[in-house]
Design a protein around this ligand. Structure first.
Ligand code: SAM
Length: 228
């Protein structure tokens, strides 16, 4: 067997091991922290792991990625297992979930995987976070127009916001104005069926074309009360 082939097989075995370990940690901490309503292995592999990996193609090599509202670690943890070249900052509002995410990073031996406890609408204003990332991503955090205000301020000009959604036709239309105001442009919508039972999913890819105006993100009350 060639050396390259051997290394590739070893890498896949290591990734499989990490997915198994992650599944175990998720189930263990779910009892304490209420991370997911899906508790069977088959469901976790399909609805969390496979779903998270469906957006992999939108993450450029060696990208600096920020994830908003990580919760149980989706899509960030499966992506990091599959793509160790990616650097992750996980921004999560709940302290106890941050503790769990730090344990996941340590147990899986991740490097370049930082967990920050805080809210997107506050961190998006900070100079060390604003327009500093190649990619921002989020799944199951808010409707797309609200999510754009949370996520686009973090993205560098030329970078991307990759939004994981269910069937989002209506939300995409509703978010068109927000995308434009915040300096983005929808460049791709991946439309796929996760499985017959789980149904349709959309991954919306928004390119950052211009700087986000300094008045955004607004305070959370305003974002939710008067979404763009
Ligand atoms: N992304 C995970 C997933 O797909 O399974 C978790 C989704 S969970 C429904 C939403 C998470 O986003 C929660 O853990 C919540 O604490 C966090 N969250 C909600 N609003 C946030 C905000 N403005 N900034 C940071 N985290 C937020």
């Amino acid at each position: 067997m060639s050396k390259i082939k051997e290394e590739k097989i070893n890498l896949i075995a290591k990734q499989e091991e990490k997915f198994e370990k992650f599944c175990k940690i998720l189930k263990e901490y779910n009892e304490k922290f209420n991370l997911t309503s899906i508790t069977d292995d088959e469901g976790i592999y399909e609805k969390h792991f496979t779903d998270s990996l469906k957006g992999e193609e939108f993450f450029p090599l060696n990208a600096e990625v920020i994830e908003i509202g990580s919760g149980g670690g989706f899509p960030s943890v499966p992506l990091k297992i599959a793509r160790d070249d990616l650097s992750f900052t996980l921004l999560e509002a709940t302290e106890k979930k941050c503790g769990y995410l730090r344990i996941v990073g340590k147990e899986l031996g991740f490097e370049n995987f930082n967990v920050v406890c805080g809210r997107a609408e506050e961190f998006g204003k900070k100079a060390e976070f604003r327009e500093k990332f190649d990619v921002a991503t989020a799944r199951a955090v808010a409707r797309l127009n609200v999510l754009c205000e949370y996520c686009l301020p973090f993205v560098k000009k030329g970078g991307y916001f990759v939004a994981y959604k269910g069937d989002a036709e209506e939300e995409i239309k509703e978010a068109e104005k927000a995308v434009e105001i915040l300096g983005g442009k929808i460049v791709e919508i991946k439309d796929f069926v996760l499985s017959e039972k789980s149904g349709r999913r959309n991954i919306i890819v928004i390119r950052k074309e211009r700087e986000t105006p300094s008045e955004y993100p607004r305070l959370n009350g305003a974002i939710k009360k008067k979404p763009l």
